[in-house]
Design a protein around this ligand. Structure first.
Ligand SMILES: Cc1cc2nc3c(=O)[nH]c(=O)nc-3n(C[C@H](O)[C@H](O)[C@H](O)COP(=O)(O)O)c2cc1C
Length: 190
């Protein structure tokens, strides 16, 4: 696991699970990580539908926010030294674009950069059930070094609320990208 991630690119797409984006940005801020955010149009739609937040409210949770059309932004270049990128949540469309290196918007370009620079890239993919194309795209991203992290909650810690489940999931993500102070639940045996 990499240690001490301090600058993280966050992508938000139109899969359900906007709450993961908000919790991730809040936790990264609490951990004093610098965040660079790009939200797709479908992501904006879902954040509003699921949480009642508009683009501006979401972007306020990040240090810097970019339009997905701004393919000339700093995070489009490998020379911008981000430690990791998380796509939370990640639609099957964006998964496909990452798997095939399409770089058709700033979010997918930033993911492409993370892979080519051999940086941590974690995709919180969300769909159910999966078709064969989804599964193949997940394999392709894994083969390139990306982490496929569907937000599948664990119940063995007997969570008392959805809030707790979401929080546990985000701590696991922070641990995987090397954010100091992440507190993923650990199993100490029956
Ligand atoms: C309410 C709602 C929920 C959706 N949930 C998902 C989902 O869980 N997974 C998914 O792959 N697409 C989902 N979609 C469809 C995506 O938003 C759509 O494929 C979109 O084109 C994705 O674009 P993006 O990856 O650029 O954000 C959902 C759409 C809506 C309106």
């Amino acid at each position: 696991m990499p240690a001490g991630a301090s600058r993280v690119v966050v992508g938000v797409t139109g899969a359900t699970g906007a709450v993961y984006a908000v919790r991730l940005l809040e936790r990264l801020r609490a951990a004093k990580c610098e965040t660079h955010l790009v939200v797709t149009p479908a992501g904006v739609l879902n954040v509003h539908h699921e949480l009642g937040l508009d683009r501006e409210a979401l972007e306020e949770l990040a240090d810097k926010a970019y339009s997905p059309a701004d393919v000339g932004a700093a995070i489009a270049s490998g020379s911008f030294s981000a430690d990791a990128m998380v796509i939370a949540p990640c639609s099957m469309k964006t998964l496909a674009a990452v798997a095939h290196a399409l770089s058709d918007n700033l979010l997918t370009r930033a993911a492409d950069v993370a892979l080519k620079e051999r940086r941590r890239l974690l995709l919180m993919v969300r769909e159910t059930p999966f078709n064969l194309a989804h599964l193949r795209n997940m394999v392709a991203v894994t083969e390139m070094g990306g982490i496929i992290f569907p937000p599948l909650p664990a119940f063995y810690h007997r969570p008392q609320s959805v809030d707790e489940l979401v929080g546990d999931t985000i701590e696991r993500v922070l641990g995987l990208i090397g954010v100091e102070g992440a507190v993923p639940q650990s199993w100490s045996g029956l």
